[in-house]
Ligand binder design. Structure first.
Ligand code: C2O
Ligand code: CU
Length: 469
C-alpha cells in the first residue's frame, strides 16, 4: 500500500515543535452515569447515496458518541459489550486511577461478550482526549471502537464554533464493505501498519464544513488511525496551536512544515475566519505526497460583528505541569528494533529466544530491548513521585508513535542535544534513527503501558510497561 515518500518523511521529521505547557486541576464532583454499548453498526462512509460500511462502534455509531464533560466532573461509564469478542476501554491521555486505565491483562480482565464493566474516575484535566478499545486494538480500533472525549475548561476560550475533526482511514472495497480479510496481515505488521484507502473527516470523505466570516473557531483534531501519520497544512487559514494531546501549550503558529499528528495524537487550534463569504478554505494533508484537501471550511455570510473576538488566541492559564528533577531521575534505556529492512536477528518471545523466521511466523517482528511483546516484567520500577527518564533509540527503518499511559511527558533530549520546554505530550512521533530522552513525573501508582501507537507495531512486539510504586 501507501509508503512514506521522501518528501513526506522530511515533512514528518521537520515538523517537531517545542513549547512550555500548562496543566489544569480541579476537585471531583459527581455527574450521572451513561452506558456505552460496544456493538456492530453501519456507517455511510462513502456518502449518503452509497452502500454503508459494516463497522464496530458504540451506541449505534462508529466512532462512538462524543463524550463531553466539564473539568472536575466524574466520568461514569458502563461498558456493555455486545461485540463478538472481549473488549475494554482505555481513556487515552487522562490521569486516572490505574484500575480504570482499561488495559486487559495489566489493569483489568477483558470484558467478555455480554459482560459489563463500570469505569468511573474524576476528570482532572481539561482538553481533547479520546477513548478506545485496548483489546485487539489493531482490529477493534480499525473497525471504529473509539470516540472523542472532550473535557471543557472551567473557563473555556470564547469561540463561535467548537469543531471536532476526527481524521481516520479505512480499508473499504468498492461497495463500501469494510475489508476484514487483511486484518492481521503480516505485511502491515512488518511495515508501516494498516493503512486505509479511504480517509474520512468526521466519517465523511472531503466534507464541506460551514463557517461564517468573522467567526472564531476551535478546531479539535484527533488522529485515531492505526498507522497513518498526518502532516496538516492550512493554506490561507492561519490557525494558532493552543494545546497538544489535551494539554495547553504556548500558543504558536503552525510551522511551515505543517502540523504533525501521529496515531493517537490530538491538537487544539484557534482561528479567526477572515476570508470573504463564498471562500473554500482547505485543510490539507501532505504526509505521504503532495498536500491534498481532507476537508474544506466553506465561508458563509458575515457574522453580525465588526471584527473577531478581542480575546487572545489562547487557553486560560493553568499550572506549569509537574516539576521535573532530571538530576535525580530514575533512568531506563529502550532500544527499538525489528520490522522490514531492519537488522533484528532474534528476540525473546514467550520466554524463549526465537530466530527471525520463527518471530515472523508468530507475527512478532518488533522488539524492545530484545523482547518481542512479553509483558511479564516492567521496563522499569519507579518510586512514586520521582522523575523518570527513558532514552528511546529507534534502530528501525520506520517512524513510531510512542505513547505512555496515565502521564504526560516531555522530550528533554533529541539525538543527544538538550531540548528546553518541549510541550507536554502523551504520544511522541520519532523518525527512523532518532534517539529521544523523555521525562515524566511518576506521580500515579500502578502499571502503565508504554507502547507504539501504530497498533500493528504494538501487537507485533512494541509494548512494555512501567511500574510506579
Ligand atoms: Cu491510546 Cu495504550 O493507547
Ligand atoms: Cu511503531
Amino acid at each position: 500500500m501507501t509508503s512514506v515518500t521522501r518528501r513526506g518523511f522530511l515533512a514528518v521529521s521537520a515538523a517537531f515543535l517545542a513549547a512550555p505547557a500548562l496543566v489544569g486541576r480541579a476537585k471531583a464532583a459527581p455527574s450521572s452515569a451513561q452506558t456505552l454499548t460496544a456493538e456492530p453498526v453501519t456507517a455511510p462512509l462513502l456518502g449518503p447515496d452509497r452502500p454503508t460500511s459494516g463497522l464496530w462502534g458504540f451506541n449505534g455509531s462508529a466512532p462512538g458518541p462524543v463524550l463531553r464533560y466539564r473539568i472536575g466532573e466524574t466520568l461514569a461509564v458502563r461498558l456493555d459489550n455486545c461485540l463478538p469478542m472481549p473488549t475494554a476501554i482505555h481513556w487515552h491521555g487522562l490521569r486516572l486511577p490505574n484500575a480504570m486505565d482499561g488495559v486487559p491483562g495489566l489493569t483489568q480482565d477483558p470484558v467478555g461478550q455480554g459482560e459489563t464493566f463500570d469505569y468511573t474516575f474524576p476528570l482532572r484535566d481539561a482538553g481533547t482526549f479520546w477513548y478506545h478499545s485496548h483489546q485487539r486494538s489493531w482490529e477493534q480500533v480499525a473497525r471504529g471502537v473509539y470516540g472523542l472525549l472532550i473535557v471543557d475548561e472551567a473557563d473555556p476560550p470564547p469561540v463561535d464554533q467548537d469543531l471536532p475533526l476526527v481524521i481516520d482511514d479505512w480499508q473499504l472495497d468498492r461497495d463500501g464493505r469494510f475489508v476484514e480479510e487483511t486484518l492481521g496481515a503480516l505485511h502491515d505488521w512488518g511495515h508501516g501498519g494498516r493503512m486505509g484507502n479511504v480517509v474520512t473527516v468526521n466519517n465523511r470523505v472531503r466534507p464541506d464544513i460551514a463557517v461564517r466570516q468573522g467567526e472564531r473557531l476551535r478546531l479539535r483534531f484527533l488522529n485515531p488511525a492505526n498507522a497513518r501519520i498526518l502532516v496538516l497544512t492550512f493554506d490561507s487559514l492561519a490557525p494558532t496551536v493552543v494545546a497538544l494531546d489535551g494539554r495547553p501549550c504556548t500558543p504558536h503558529a503552525v510551522s511551515d512544515h505543517g502540523l504533525l499528528l501521529g496515531p493517537g495524537q490530538r491538537a487544539d487550534l484557534l482561528v479567526d475566519v477572515m476570508a470573504e463569504p463564498g471562500a473554500r478554505l482547505p485543510i490539507l494533508d501532505g504526509a505521504y505526497g503532495d498536500p491534498a484537501p481532507l476537508a474544506h471550511l466553506v465561508v458563509g455570510e458575515r457574522v453580525a460583528r465588526t471584527k473577531p473576538s478581542d480575546a487572545p488566541l489562547a487557553l486560560a492559564k493553568a499550572d506549569e505541569g509537574p516539576a521535573l528533577d532530571l538530576a535525580d531521575a530514575v533512568h531506563a534505556d529502550l532500544l527499538m528494533e525489528g520490522g522490514a529492512m531492519g537488522s533484528m536477528r532474534d528476540a525473546m518471545h514467550n520466554g524463549r529466544r526465537m530466530g527471525w523466521r520463527e518471530l515472523v511466523q508468530a507475527n512478532r517482528v518488533w522488539a524492545f530491548n530484545g523482547v518481542a511483546g512479553d509483558m511479564d516484567t516492567p521496563l522499569m520500577r519507579i518510586p512514586r513521585d520521582r522523575t523518570a527518564t527513558i532514552t528511546i533509540r529507534n534502530e528501525t527503518r520506520w517512524p513510531h508513535a510512542m505513547h505512555l499511559h496515565g502521564h504526560h511527558f516531555r522530550v528533554v533530549e533529541r539525538n543527544g542535544k538538550p531540548v528546553d520546554n518541549a510541550p507536554w505530550r502523551d504520544a511522541e512521533l520519532m523518525g527512523q534513527g532518532e534517539t529521544l530522552r523523555l521525562a515524566f513525573k511518576a506521580d500515579a501508582p500502578g502499571k502503565w503501558m508504554l507502547h507504539c501507537h501504530m497498533l500493528e507495531h504494538a501487537d507485533g512486539g512494541m509494548m512494555t510497561w512501567v511500574e510506579v510504586a
